[in-house]
Design a protein around this ligand. Structure first.
Ligand code: BTN
Length: 241
């Protein structure tokens, strides 16, 4: 699997994920990538907005098709590719905040929004802050944000992400799990969750991921950790290390 051809670059669009979805429905091949200088309606997870000044972030959506059982760890594999991209652009080592935020020195430098119509296709949406200034991030962000910095440009970022996704999207599950565990930002931290799991909200100690990529949370008075699925859960960090 190789990403980056064909590649469609738009100056302005509502959301590159929406453009890629349209291309998917029109029969575009796996590996198709859509990028934009600017989005008018960039989307994040949980219906949130994603915004960045023009050309100061990589706004990237890639089409993967078909979506198979072997891609069940895609939500963990994609941020590993993003970490390698960010590091290749000269940043310090990155971590992943489950399921797929990328952190640079405790601040969010990139986010991932995967939208899928299984088994036909998945659109892998990635936003990487490259040169967004500290005073240019939206005030309502839930997590402190960061940029890669230096002279990181969108072209080199796109090429690096094409190559990194090509390495990670079909990587064997044990490699993805091992890669994630090396970069797990939440391991050993007190977290709270809401919107999913059983019970649907609570707090406990993050203990890594299981073989299906669920987040394991150790909760007082329960013998077994709770397994949270990536789909709908919203997390907060209850303690700083
Ligand atoms: C998140 O952290 O909540 C996910 C953010 C994903 C943003 C990217 S930018 C390119 C692509 N197009 C979108 O509308 N969203 C994703």
């Amino acid at each position: 699997m190789s990403f980056g051809a064909p590649h469609l670059h738009l100056r302005l669009t509502d959301s590159t994920n929406d453009r890629a979805r349209e291309l998917a429905e029109a029969g575009a091949p796996s590996g198709t990538v859509v990028t934009a200088d600017e989005q008018e309606a960039g989307r994040g997870r949980h219906g949130r907005r994603w915004s960045a000044p023009p050309r100061s972030a990589l706004l990237y959506s890639a089409l993967l098709r078909p979506l198979e059982r072997t891609h069940r760890l895609l939500p963990l594999a994609v941020p590993l590719a993003v970490c390698e991209t960010v590091e290749e652009l000269g940043a310090a080592p990155c971590q992943v905040k489950w399921p797929n935020d990328v952190w640079l020195e405790e601040r969010k430098v990139a986010g991932v929004l995967i939208e899928a119509r299984p088994p036909d296709w998945a659109v892998i949406g990635v936003g990487i802050n490259l040169t967004v200034g500290d005073d240019e991030f939206p005030a309502e962000l839930r997590w402190p944000a960061a940029s890669v910095g230096g002279d990181a440009g969108t072209d080199s970022a796109r090429r690096a992400l094409d190559a990194a996704l090509s390495r990670w999207v079909d990587a064997p599950a044990p490699d993805v799990l091992a890669g994630f565990r090396r970069r797990d930002a939440l391991f050993g931290r007190e977290i709270g969750w809401e919107g999913g799991g059983e019970p649907r909200s609570g707090a406990g100690l993050a203990e890594g991921v299981d073989e299906d990529g669920n987040l394991l949370v150790r909760v007082a008075d329960l013998e077994e950790p709770i397994a949270l699925g990536a789909g709908e859960v919203s997390l907060r960090l209850d303690t700083k290390v």
